[in-house]
Ligand binder design. Sequence first.
Ligand code: AP5
Length: 225
Amino acid sequence: MTQQAVILLGPPGAGKGTQARMLAAILGYPQISTGDILREAVRNETALGLEARRYMNSGALVPDSLVDAIVKERLGRSDCAAGFLLDGYPRTIPQAGCLEGLFARDAERPFAVGIHIPDGVLVNRLSGRLTCPSCGKMFHALSSPSKAGYRCDQCGAALVTRKDDSVEVIEERLRVYHRETEPLVGFYRERGRYFEIDGDRPVEVINEAILQIIRTQGQNQGTTR
Ligand code: AP5
């Protein structure tokens, strides 16, 4: 069976994490979020976390060499054998080049699902985001509040706001996205491995659209999903 490598590409707040979590539950592929891995390193105050924190808090990207090493190690684990969902990686052309180099055959190389959405919507989404630090469930203070107030309605933990979700840092993250990450649309389009969807729709509708792309690609690639 061929390994299916799926990239969720999109600006901060596009819904990459929300969708990756839902897709992981349906497909049985692991969600690999470089943002989550880095945040855990920051919480644990590891050498990586101490280095990454100063970039993350200001909305800048962590250096390619650090994230490339994280992803190479993670993709080598056995749970990625059938496929995996990359959430937040690659984010620069050099990172995309590094990822391409991990696959020997063109048929196995990752395809990208681009979640397209206007910047104005993103600022509102991110400034209202609440996350469960324990199970990772995502809420929005206005559009999808927890049934348990400021506690997670799945596991009961107190919900938190991310440090980089202040309006100033969100605006910087969007600038960085347009400058460093948006060129990846062309990168994957030129290789015939880019599929764009409208991200300004209900979560379930978007999920169905992404699933359709993954399943069609799976049939073309000879994976079973
Ligand atoms: P990362 O954690 O990857 O953050 P991001 O890309 O900025 O994306 P977000 O997690 O903010 O948004 P999302 O698209 O996952 O949206 P979500 O589903 O949460 O990276 C953080 C930092 O780490 C970076 O700034 C950088 O410093 C560093 N980093 C990470 N990867 C790196 C890399 N490869 N290279 C270098 N540095 C790296 O949804 C957002 C909100 O919207 C939620 O409240 C949700 O409930 C709501 N929502 C979702 N979908 C919908 C919908 N359809 N309708 C209405 N609301 C919705």
